[in-house]
Write a new protein. Structure first.
Length: 410
């Protein structure tokens, strides 16, 4: 792992880059490329990418750093960065699955369960959603109320969740259920794989601020799942969920830290002229832009450092939470800075020919609006951090993680 922000690559790695680039050029028609505004992502595109992901899965490029044994590419972090850089360049769509469940399955599933559930996800054959948030509370997941009741070798699942899903469909949902209401907190849950569709399972689309993902309210009314769909013990769900939440709270770091907003902002202040001078020469706008630049660089380093610690199986009490909270808050601060500099032009959307960078800043402002809550709220990440560095009423240690695999966002 190289901490340089602008990575240098060996000749062999550059050859690999050429291979990835030419495959993407030959296999992605213009009309199927990721639109700038995710609202323009069509059903045709979804099904095109579902098929392409299977091809990418066969090449090991869908989840490059996961082991081949379970359908990954068995590749290095550097190869994964190259793939991500080329995906971004080619506007290729990444996997539709919620990858937080993958490290969880690696740590807690039996060998048979890994082959049955994890492998088809890593090869792109199947897609999963994570099923965590209940209507009464997303933050206090230990207070889970959706029930799982044993029926012979099977389980019957009843309850409801909100904010579930990503795009058009999925083959399974993965998350906790209350298995024993009489057992103490943290000893009363199980962690289940729930096939979609299933009799008794109703899925309704939620109407939310559009940011490119479709969220659902789901209702389970005695949904029957076989016994092997329970991952870990029937009172171990909280511990299993701990591994899932490590990933959800940024515990795998970021191999390819985002800074598209700031990259665009830098270009904008350089290329935009006011009274014959570039915006960057205005002392006030220069200060604001440099604040954005510095924060983006700090964020990139924190994300890469977390990945490096994860990949090297290092003790990571709190490091990932620092990176996670900083990333989300600085992302929001930087989009506001971009708005200060670009003014009303940052509000022009992808349909407006006057919009700088095709309207991407407007898209990003909409996307950032949910960042305080997505993947658990910022407040909760701060609570976890306080517990881990020992300044809270209670203490907490990081959950077990496989330290073998990371992923990048689509
Ligand atoms: C865009 C988006 C995508 C999402 N995707 C998914 C998904 O795929 N799957 C899924 O299951 N869920 C998903 N969620 C739900 C998300 O995980 C929850 O919104 C989040 O965990 C917060 O839960 P809540 O909304 O119920 O808020 P609540 O838990 O009701 O919290 C309300 C407020 O109180 C604060 N708070 C609560 N407890 C404490 C405390 N102890 N200390 C300090 N502050 C506290 C919270 O920070 C928050 O500001 C998504 C949410 C969004 C916005």
């Amino acid at each position: 792992m190289d901490f340089a922000l602008h990575q240098t690559y060996t000749e062999e790695q550059e050859r690999f880059r050429k291979e990835v680039r030419s495959w993407l050029e030959q296999n992605i028609p213009e009309g199927m490329k990721n639109p700038l505004d995710p609202r323009d992502f069509t059903i045709e595109m979804y099904w095109f990418w579902r098929e392409k992901h299977k091809e990418l899965g066969k090449k090991g490029w869908l989840y490059p750093t996961y082991s081949k044994e379970y359908g990954g590419g068995g590749m290095t972090a550097e190869q994964a960065i190259i793939i991500q850089e080329e995906f971004t360049r080619a506007r290729a769509h990444g996997s539709f699955s919620s990858s937080q469940a993958f490290p969880t399955l690696l740590v807690w599933a039996t060998e048979e369960q890994k082959q049955k559930f994890l492998k088809p996800l890593l090869t792109g054959e199947k897609v999963n959603w994570q099923k965590l948030t209940e209507p009464h509370s997303g933050s206090d997941l230990a207070d889970y109320q959706s029930r799982a009741v044993r029926d012979g070798d099977d389980w019957l699942l009843s309850g409801s969740n909100i904010f579930i899903g990503d795009q058009e469909d999925a083959d399974m949902m993965i998350g906790p259920m209350l298995t024993d209401p009489n057992a103490p907190r943290h000893r009363n849950l199980g962690y289940f794989v729930i096939p979609i569709p299933s009799p008794g399972l109703t899925i309704n689309v939620l109407k939310l601020l559009e940011y490119g993902r479709k969220k659902r309210a789901i209702f389970m009314d005695n949904v029957r799942v076989p016994g092997d769909h329970l991952i870990g013990g029937d009172h171990q769900g909280w511990q299993v969920l701990g591994t899932h939440l490590e990933a959800e709270h940024g515990g795998r770091g970021r191999l390819f830290p985002r800074d598209a907003v700031v990259d665009n902002l830098m270009e904008y202040v350089k290329d935009t002229k006011r009274d014959g001078k570039s915006l960057g020469s205005d002392p006030v706008l220069q200060q604001v832009t440099m604040d954005a630049y510095i924060e983006a660089r700090v964020d990139a380093l924190l994300g890469q450092r977390t990945y490096w610690m994860y990949d090297n199986r290092m003790d990571m009490q709190g490091a990932s939470d620092v990176s996670n909270v900083h990333g989300r808050l600085s992302g929001l601060r930087n989009i506001i800075r971009a708005r200060e500099v670009m003014e009303m032009y940052s509000l022009l959307d992808t349909y407006d020919p006057r919009a700088p960078h095709g309207g991407i800043q407007e898209v990003r402002q909409r996307a950032e609006a949910g960042q305080h809550h997505i993947g658990g709220s910022n407040n909760i990440s701060k609570v976890i951090l306080a517990r881990r560095i020992g300044i809270s009423r209670t203490q907490e240690r990081a959950a077990p993680t496989p330290s073998t695999a990371t992923t990048f966002s689509s």
